[in-house]
Design a protein around this ligand. Sequence first.
Ligand code: AMP
Ligand code: GLY
Length: 420
Amino acid sequence: MNILVLGSGGREHALAWAIMQNPKCDRLICAPGNAGMAEIAECAALDITDGSAVVAFCEEVAIDFVVIGPEAPLAAGVADRLRGAGVLCFGPSAAAARLEASKAFTKEICAAAGAPTAAYAHFADAEAARAYIRAQGAPIVVKADGLAAGKGVVVAMTEAEALEAVDAMFGGAMGAAGAEVVIEEFMTGEEASFFVLVDGETCLPIGTAQDHKRVGEGDTGPNTGGMGAYSPAPVLTEAVAEAAMEQIIRPTMAEMARRGMPYQGVLYAGLMIEGGAPRLVEYNVRFGDPECQVLMMRLGAQALDLMLACAEGRLDEMAVNWAEDHALTVVMAAAGYPGAYAKGSVIRGVEDCPEDSAYMVFHAGTGMEAGQLVATGGRVLNVTARGGTLQEARDRAYAMVDRIDWPEGFCRRDIGWRAL
Ligand code: AMP
Ligand code: GLY
């Protein structure tokens, strides 16, 4: 079949890499793609949030299946447009994508489904929000309601910080995303990510991971999109996963179906786990980046069969073939990230890294200029390895990092520390 992957990050390179290994894939096109995807697939320039353009492209090149990587096209209704045109597609409708695009919506679904999550209140004006913060005290969490590229959450340790966040959000610092805010109870515990495929009815867990959001070693400094990840997450034991399925995932997915917006795609649940009990921090309606890279490394070619079954409503026929393995990815980023960084620096040595089912350098912000690999974004490479133990996966990943010659880049040297 002819398959189209929408996106241009490390997540989409990992999806493309797994899809390519499956014999069902005859032709793979990535839009817009990056230098890594260009090595294994065709790349096409396409505005991936423009539903009409995506549908026209699919008709032109006879695409049989579309895998949507990032949240922006989902929130823009690209999956609805594709299904409306009769194109098989992996990813939720715009209505169901509100689970990521509106925090107030998610809290309301959780309340209706009785799913454990932080206590909250929802505000459309600053004065009421300030009064609530004064009444509750700190620590407390202030969230912009809408999509804010990972920058819409302030975990305030003092009341002053929380009030400042409210003023910034209602003052327009997050644009339209901050026009409404959710204020939440501060939860303690250990965070982990749980990935579940949902075909509208059946929910099938496909793996767990832990991310490192802070830019600095020891989880210090500003938040980023993620500086590294590993799978599985030891804190998400089978018992915790079962509790999350029973108390959070299945009830909320049933509530979505009951409301006439059945969810179809991968559901990424951010969980806070304390004393063996999971609570929902947030839902995302896509794979995590870089969590996807470690999941794809472990799932390999079966990822395509699972995504197809999900899109066709056949998840009840499927089982995941688990290997007793671990995967770890280290993000190499441009100096300055997540603040301002330069583009265009040359990266050497990637071509000397091994590439097989145990070693892979996934590309994020890369391009080719005059035959050389150059950095074009903040997060640039995801150096990923598998091993029989987490320690082995980590040693392999850092051995590859050390082969890469990129003086303008940096990475954290402590990915996996919490689990090791
Ligand atoms: P989110 O964008 O919702 O993932 O939030 C970003 C990060 O803020 C999460 O990964 C958590 O580390 C933290 N966070 C969000 N909500 C809470 C909460 N209610 N209590 C404690 N930490 C939170
Ligand atoms: N790595 C966090 C995310 O993809 O949202």
